[in-house]
Design a protein around this ligand. Sequence first.
Ligand code: MG
Length: 419
Amino acid sequence: MGLTVRAGGATDVGLVRANNQDSFLVTEALFAVADGMGGHAGGEIASQVALTTLEHEFTERSTDGLVDAVEAANEAVLERSLDDPDLSGMGTTLCAAAVVTDDDGEEHLGLVNVGDSRIYWFHGQELEQLSHDHKLVQEMVDAGEISADEAAEHPQRNILTRALGLASNLPVDRWVVSPLAGDRFLLCSDGLYEEVGDGAIAAALRRLEDPTEAAEELVRLANTEGGSDNITVVIVDVVDDDGRLAAATEALAESPSPRHRPTVKADPDPDPDSDGAAAELGDDEIEAGRRRPRTALVTVLLAGLIVLVALGGAGWYARSGWFVAFDGDRVAIFQGRPGGVLWWDATLEERTGLTRDDVPPARLAQLDDGKEQSSLDEARIYVDRLREEGQQLERQAGATTTSTPAGPDGPSTTATPER
Ligand code: MG
């Protein structure tokens, strides 16, 4: 019935970013990675608030309890961003693993995910991605609209479809796994997998036994590949499974069935008693159970789904746009819609070197309202155009001044064109 785990983690700012907005948590039975986003100090605060709340609220050691703790973390980040205008629009990803106990007293590993940090399951010396990225481009790949290669180059590849801190109603993906001794679970922010391929990750996990050393090595590898984002890695090792491996090996000797079968549930389950039962069911049986006619329940679920889809659509619309506007005196690029949509506020993506004085007067009104753009690249092109127009005006002004002939008694001009 016992599950003994050992874990280690590492995080690094990387080689490009000014600050580390990632956070991680390693306790005796709870492990998590969060990747924050949002201007000012928002990203750092969002990931820290999420993990502090998760740890504090994870009191019922079940998968339901873990999901509840994630929901509490979501509320905490949301409240904090509503309380402080400087933190408005901040959010964070969150993936977590915890040792949980089912109704029969058996221990399993409960796993949850929101956003594009990832959970990998390393078993049989091979790496398997368990979690699903909540990203716009991932949805487009799943729908067959673009290829995985196109997703990697897509201008909207950074847009998340789910994160903590944006709305009260947050669907949380969940899994319950009965791992064997020797299995490892890798939790990481996108700063790792965007830089280091699956093959190199698996090789490091085969090579280094100590979870902290393996985590540090993966962070180091990401930095050698460019370190363009914050990098965070947590590794959870199953040290003892209380005889499951031995039993599975025995069973394997008798039949050619898979050595173990994961119990994977991606939907929050309304029935609190079904956790343990689901652990005993095969995939086919779970499917059959779902197909039972329960008209009233189905109607309620459908209504809920429609609301979720509508909210998701509004959230997607709110987060999918880009615009250029002033941040104080500085021209900046924002993600979102000018003025926000419902409770989704725009977030500062990057400040440019341009100030209000550099902007041609004719463009000021556009920027005061927020000039919408279809992508981050478009927004950058627009900013470049502003800079060019401003410089052109400056040159014209300079040329006018110097071309004025200054006679020996005339006023001498100090204005000279810079180029
Ligand atoms: Mg990141």
